[in-house]
Design a protein around this ligand. Structure first.
Ligand SMILES: [Zn+2]
Length: 169
């Protein structure tokens, strides 16, 4: 699924379920890296260059895991997040990418060995959109206090003494 924003749906959901263990930016970068092949081939196609099927080995589950983990290693080495968070995020990005793309492209040009049968794009988009719908309220709940404090500062409202985030930080 070269339209990477759809992959962020389950990413938002994972972030909502495990906010401290998920790095959403890494999730997006890993999804983008996994989709490098269909993106490059798709762009070449726009210029009339046929580079073959959009999804080949890069869209088998084990290669998605390897690509995402490579991103995680770079992320952790750059100290953008901790190793456990990087690995957990990458594993989630790869498996949900595989699930969505299998549903969307299954029976099409994705390697069949690791595919479910294609059930069409609607289910894949449905999962992605539900990820957003279910994940966003969790995220808002989690970040409510920082957002509220920022608004109070900007609007010069008195600080609420009930301002406390879920984890008490
Ligand atoms: Zn993809």
């Amino acid at each position: 699924m070269p339209i990477t924003p759809f992959h962020l749906g389950p990413g938002v959901f994972q972030k909502a379920l495990a906010p401290r263990a998920t790095n959403l930016l890494l999730y997006g970068v890993a999804s983008l890296a996994i989709d490098a092949e269909p993106i490059i081939k798709g762009v070449a196609g726009l210029f009339g260059v046929d580079l073959g099927p959009l999804h080949t080995w890069t869209h088998q589950l084990e290669w998605m895991l390897i690509i995402a983990l490579a991103c995680a290693i770079v992320w952790a080495l750059l100290r953008l997040t901790s190793w456990p968070v990087a690995v957990f995020t990458a594993a989630g990005a790869a498996t949900t990418h595989w699930l969505l793309d299998s549903l969307m492209h299954g029976g099409g040009d994705m390697p069949l060995l690791y595919n479910t049968r294609g059930y069409g794009t609607d289910i894949a988009h449905g999962i992605a959109i539900w990820g957003f719908l279910l994940g966003t309220p969790f995220l808002i709940a989690y970040y409510r206090t920082p957002i509220e404090n920022w608004l109070r500062r900007e609007l010069r409202l008195p600080r609420s003494n009930q301002s406390r985030s879920i984890d008490g930080k």
